[in-house]
Design a binder for this molecule. Structure first.
Ligand SMILES: Cc1ncc(C[n+]2csc(CCOP(=O)(O)OP(=O)(O)O)c2C)c(N)n1
Ligand SMILES: [Mg+2]
Length: 323
């Protein structure tokens, strides 16, 4: 794989990581008042997909959607302003962290309701199909969402109509504090189950960004050329608590040993190692990348902090879907 491509994957992952670390740092100041689900540790899947799709392709996501929004090209300033509840936010300050949207780059929304965005993503794929465009629709979901009825209806419909959609399941092993063992039958492989509905299904390492990239390159080509829906299950891990800026290993629902095992396979560190193994002098380039990202983040936070709150009457606008 070309060095420039891996450097780009590194840059996208690192940008997401540093944005979320800054959110975590600022969150205790009580200026951001919306529930916030961080995906620190899970950056590789979003970054890899972003290098394989086009701006006019669609994506929808979940309550844990910062990475997906940013990787699709969503405005950083608008996202941070949204988390601060400001009128310059991407949902005019009324949605918060779990309601991100940037239609200019095909990022069509996130939702606080688990499973909610899955049929929306399938509907977007149907629109591309009916309009004879070659756009594809990317649906991010968690392992917990595969336990929702709407997931099965959506995959069934997508297979039936041969729609250009990729279901991307980030299996981080937990739904809030519940591990897979207490939610799904022993031995189940989610990807195998979905294969039985008729979608081409795969599973893979979601912390190895170059592996994710290879998987997406093939699946995006296949879906775009009309060969029907794909389901990809990526195994990965969130470091922080389910919702909020802190660590929660003290709660005991997951072991410190498990946490440490995943941390040793941190997607950004793995990518950095891969780059430096080929050329040690790249360290200067990586430092420069980090520096540029930090400046961009600092600007975005200043923009958000200095933006006004919405006027009270704003609460009564945008209550119904409009075009
Ligand atoms: C329909 C619905 N049920 C339950 C919840 C509460 N809830 C919020 S996030 C979440 C966990 C979802 O787990 P998963 O899909 O694996 O995503 P992850 O949080 O692990 O990224 C739950 C149960 C909800 N928001 N919506
Ligand atoms: Mg999960």
């Amino acid at each position: 794989m070309k060095q420039d491509l891996i450097l780009n994957l590194y840059r996208i992952m690192k940008r997401i990581r540093l944005v979320e670390e800054e959110i975590a740092l600022q969150y205790p100041k009580w200026e951001m008042r919306c529930p916030t689900h961080l995906s620190i540790g899970q950056e590789a899947v979003a970054a890899a997909l972003s290098m394989c799709i086009r701006k006019d392709d669609f994506a929808v996501s979940t309550h844990r959607g910062h990475a997906h929004y940013l990787a699709k090209g969503g405005s950083l300033k608008s996202m941070i302003a949204e988390i601060y509840g400001k009128s310059t936010g991407c949902s005019r300050g009324k949605g918060g962290s779990m309601h991100l949207i940037d239609k200019d780059v095909g990022f069509m929304g996130t939702s606080a309701i688990v499973g909610n965005s899955i049929p929306i993503g399938v509907g977007l794929a149907l629109s591309a199909h009916l309009n004879f465009t070659d756009q594809i629709s990317c649906v991010f979901l968690g392992d917990g969402a595969t336990e929702e009825g709407v997931f099965y209806e959506s995959v069934n419909f997508a297979v039936l109509k041969n729609l250009p959609v990729i279901f991307i399941c980030e299996n981080n092993l937990y739904s809030v504090y519940s591990p897979l063992e207490v939610r799904q039958p022993k031995g189940r492989k989610i990807s195998k189950m979905v294969e039985s509905i008729g979608a081409t299904s795969l599973s893979g390492d979601g912390n190895d960004v170059t592996n994710c990239y290879r998987i997406f390159r093939n699946s995006v080509n296949s879906v775009r050329s009309g060969l029907g829906p794909y389901f990809i299950e990526f195994f990965t891990y969130r470091y922080k608590e389910h919702c909020g800026h802190e660590y929660d290993n003290n709660l005991g629902y997951r072991s410190v040993a498990e946490f440490e095992t995943w941390k040793k396979r941190d997607p950004i560190e793995l990518c950095k190692k891969q780059l430096l193994e080929t050329d040690l002098s790249l360290i200067r380039k990586l430092d420069k990348i980090d520096q540029i990202i930090k400046e961009e983040i600092s600007d975005a936070f200043l923009f958000a902090q200095n933006s006004p709150f919405p006027e009270p009457q704003e609460a009564f606008s945008g209550l119904y879907a409009d075009s």
